[in-house]
Ligand binder design. Structure first.
Ligand code: S3P
Length: 456
């Protein structure tokens, strides 16, 4: 088979009977990097972010603030880690950009910045993005902000980027949201930081809480509680951070690809260091354990260097019995592993029985319609699936190879999921869309090649 730059031919992987132990690449967290860039740009003075994720999504966020006059210097800290030195005059002194800020493929950057910028004083800017981002819903953020008095106008299509924000002092409100989205929650919290009084956000389920943890650590007046399945966050503004130093820990959504490899290749053990072990992010690992994998966390701690985030080291290997149990993923768990659904569905393909995933409607509005692309991928590999508007049933047929397949995607998580699936096919598979992987995981390809070549 012929291979071009944007595609890869993945051959089935054979792991020797003897156990192979590999370490997942130290790819750091996308959500925390986004928020660290925002907080450092809000603080008047110099902050330092060690181990930032350099995926194109986070670089789009960094570029947006650079276009507003914040300076970013690339350095290496005393521990030998890459570090961004961020110098800002503070949120109230950002330069108004003279061109639309291009947020590329990043939904998180777009939504969080809409919240942050709409609540400033005397600031006007336009936001845009690539084809995928321009097709994603922004009304879910814009409507509640308009309810607080924000002035946001769509340039081309209602509910979509590009849009223009003319900032105003906003009125605090209690928002009762229908969607459990951390991006939406965080956008309103960032707006609340420039609003006089208490902004409250209620969501139907607990979503990732990095914004709350980081803000609390830096001294903001913010509270989060979970009542039944509902999540309630309240923030009192106005508030501005002081400059800070932090280190970004490893991203559980990225390590998940290698953990999944270990699940479907029984003699492969995957280790990862200083990984986020926050309840709102580890639904995937709980489900792997339920399937019969040994998921061992050690050295668990609240890390002040990571702005109060809970981190731990991880080892994943198959249990004594080399078969995977099917799983049920209810909607409240889906939200705690929203980005890992495709790769968990790949693992479910090799389970002994039928797995059911629920609460998947948000997958329809990610970087692609992820549910459709996932169904297409599994179908191409000959896996039997059924799906509805927000659910998926995967008929696992045990730990035996699927059909070799061809797959083309413009969604980073689907491209990586396809590569993992291809390691367990009955012949070489061709996957196109490799350049998208840089969105969230620039180190993926090298690590994947090392592990499939048997290098630790
Ligand atoms: C993110 C939240 C999630 C996730 C995205 C990052 C964040 O989106 O899919 O990759 O950093 O807040 P939703 O909160 O919209 O589900």
């Amino acid at each position: 088979m012929h291979q071009t730059e944007d595609e890869i031919i993945v051959k089935p992987m054979v792991v020797d009977a003897e156990r192979m132990i590999a370490t997942a690449p130290p790819s750091t967290d996308k959500s925390m990097t986004h928020r660290a860039i925002m907080l450092a740009s809000m603080a008047a003075g110099t902050s330092r972010i060690a181990n930032p994720l350099t995926g194109s999504d986070c670089l789009a966020m960094r570029r947006a603030f650079a276009d507003c006059g914040v300076t970013f210097q690339d350095a290496i800290n005393d521990a030998g880690e890459p570090q961004w030195i961020v110098t800002s005059k503070g949120l109230d002194h950002l330069q108004q950009p003279d061109h639309p800020l291009d947020l590329g493929n990043s939904g998180t950057a777009a939504r969080l910045l809409i919240g942050l910028f709409s609540s400033l004083k005397d600031f006007k800017c336009s936001l845009t993005g690539d084809d995928s981002l321009r097709s994603r819903p922004m009304g879910r953020v814009v409507e509640p902000l308009r309810n607080m008095g924000a002035e946001i106008s769509y340039t081309k299509s209602p509910g979509k980027l590009p849009l223009t924000i003319t900032s105003h002092c906003l009125t605090p409100r209690t928002h009762n949201l229908a969607i459990a989205s951390a991006q939406l929650k965080s956008a309103l919290v960032f707006a609340g930081l420039s609003t006089h009084g208490e902004t409250v956000v209620e969501l139907p389920a607990g979503s990732r809480d990095h914004t709350e943890t980081m803000l609390q650590h830096l001294g903001a007046s913010i509270r989060r509680r979970v009542s039944g399945e509902r999540e309630i966050v309240s923030v009192v503004g106005p508030w501005r951070p002081n400059p800070f130093e932090c280190t970004i820990p490893a991203d559980p959504s990225s390590v998940a690809f290698f953990a999944a490899m270990s699940a479907i290749h029984p003699s492969l053990q995957i280790n990862a260091q200083r990984l986020i072990k926050n309840k709102s992010r580890i639904g995937f690992y709980e489900k792997l354990a339920e399937m019969g994998l040994e998921v061992c966390w050690s050295n668990e701690r609240i890390d002040p260097d990571c702005l109060g985030e809970r981190v731990a080291d991880l080892g994943v290997k198959s249990g004594v019995v080399l078969s995977l149990k099917p799983i049920h993923v209810p909607a409240a768990v889906t939200v705690r592993m929203i980005d890992e659904v495709p790769v968990l569905a790949i693992v479910a393909t090799f389970a002994d029985g039928v797995s059911l995933f629920e609460g998947l409607s948000e997958l329809r509005v990610k970087e692609s319609d992820r549910l459709s692309q996932l169904v297409q991928l599994l179908g191409a590999a000959g896996v039997r699936v059924e799906h509805g508007p927000d659910w998926l049933r995967v008929y696992g047929s045990g730990i035996r190879p699927v059909n070799a397949f061809s797959f083309d995607s413009d969604d980073h998580r689907l491209v990586m999921s396809a590569m993992i699936l291809a390691t367990k096919a009955n012949g070489p598979s061709k996957i196109r869309g490799l350049s998208w992987i840089d969105t969230s995981f620039p180190l993926f390809r090298r690590a994947f090649q090392n592990i499939t070549a048997g290098t630790k």
